[in-house]
Every structure is written in structure tokens, then in C-alpha cells.
Design a protein around this ligand. Sequence first.
Ligand code: FES
Length: 90
Amino acid sequence: MCKDAIVFHNKPKGVTLEAGVEYSICTCGRSKNGAFCDGSHEGSGCSPKKLTVEKTKPYQICLCKSSGNFPFCDGTHSIYKDDEIGKGVK
Ligand code: FES
């Protein structure tokens, strides 16, 4: 996680990831899609997290950028109210 991240959403995003593919997961909360890096971290002090999974299946990707098991949702998003979306992580 990145201390300069912002909360993209207070719910996770379900995405199917393919085994063996290297993904760049957004850690800054500024990516347009929330889950995958699109380069929007430039100047934020954050860097994307590389992720490769062993099984092709749906995963719940953390969009609040605060999960203790990042990049996977662990339920931590419940600490954020709707008016905290787009603001700094706690
Ligand atoms: S979205 Fe669930 S812990 Fe971040």
C-alpha cells in the first residue's frame, strides 16, 4: 500500500485474472478503472504492485487501497463512508 493513496471506492472490484499473466495493480487510487495501473500514479509517490496468480478465476481486487491483504479485498473497506471516496487513505 501507499501512504499517499486515495480511496478509489469503498467496495472491491471483481475481475477474472488469468494464471501466469503479470498484472500491474493500481496502489494510488488514481487509475481511471481503479484496479489496474494506467500511469496515473505519476507524481503521487506511489508505484503499481506486480501480481501474478496461479489460478484463472475471479478475484476481488481492493479499491480502497487499504486492505491488509492488498491487492485482494479483506473487508477493510468498511471503514470508509461514501463521502471519503476520492480522499486520502486512513
Ligand atoms: S476494497 Fe475491500 S479492503 Fe479495500
